[in-house]
Design a protein around this ligand. Structure first.
Ligand code: FE
Ligand code: FE
Length: 203
């Protein structure tokens, strides 16, 4: 047995989420554990992070802002106008406060699951990817391809997800957190030639 009671955590988080979000959560938990098997990461940490990654998602936006302020979290302009972005930061805080998770690897995987960031840990990449490809998802671009790629090359998958997400947001579907661009630049540079500003050389 590991350090966490997954059944108990599951029951607890279920109360905080609507039906669809809970089903998504289970999807992320199982997908994250499959990716952890594939990449030799800790299965239990992957499950706990998957289970709790959206634990703050169903809190109303005004309450999210209030809870962040109460905890001294600085809220950026983008987060103020798209408060749903706060659910990852608040989620990491609540995972610790309310669910008793002290493991920094798990907490940072929750913290960065929405935007990603440059140079992510394996667990961060696993949760970021599982959130996008879990079986209940259907809207995102190129899902069958990304799902397959996820079990072959995790860095390339992260790059691909960031690219598709930025493209989706760029076409007017939401505000972009600057961290997503930094993350994309970082992962794009791992695979493709770029100029000194990080722009792709498209010759
Ligand atoms: Fe989320
Ligand atoms: Fe999610």
């Amino acid at each position: 047995m590991g350090d966490y009671n997954l059944i108990k955590l599951q029951k607890k988080v279920k109360k905080e989420l609507d039906t669809n979000r809970f089903q998504h959560t289970l999807g992320v938990m199982f997908t994250a554990s499959s990716l952890a098997m594939c990449y030799g990461a800790d299965l239990e940490k992957a499950q706990v992070a998957g289970l709790l990654h959206d634990c703050a998602k169903c809190i109303p936006n005004d309450k999210k802002i209030r809870m962040c302020k109460e905890r001294g979290v600085e809220i950026s302009k983008v987060e103020m106008s798209s408060p749903f972005l706060l659910h990852s930061r608040l989620g990491a805080i609540l995972a610790q406060e309310k669910y008793g998770v002290e493991d920094q690897e798990i907490l940072s995987a929750i913290r960065w699951h929405t935007t990603g960031r440059p140079n992510m840990t394996t667990l961060e990449k696993i949760i970021f990817t599982a959130d996008y490809i879990e079986p209940m998802r259907f809207k995102a671009a190129n899902l069958p391809e990304v799902r397959k790629l996820a079990f072959h090359d995790l860095n390339l998958t992260v790059c691909r997800i960031l690219e598709d997400t930025l493209h989706y947001l760029d076409s007017g579907n939401g505000e972009i957190d600057p961290m997503s661009r930094s993350a994309f630049r970082y992962y794009h540079n791992l695979f493709f030639e770029t100029d000194d500003k990080g722009n792709a050389i498209t010759t």
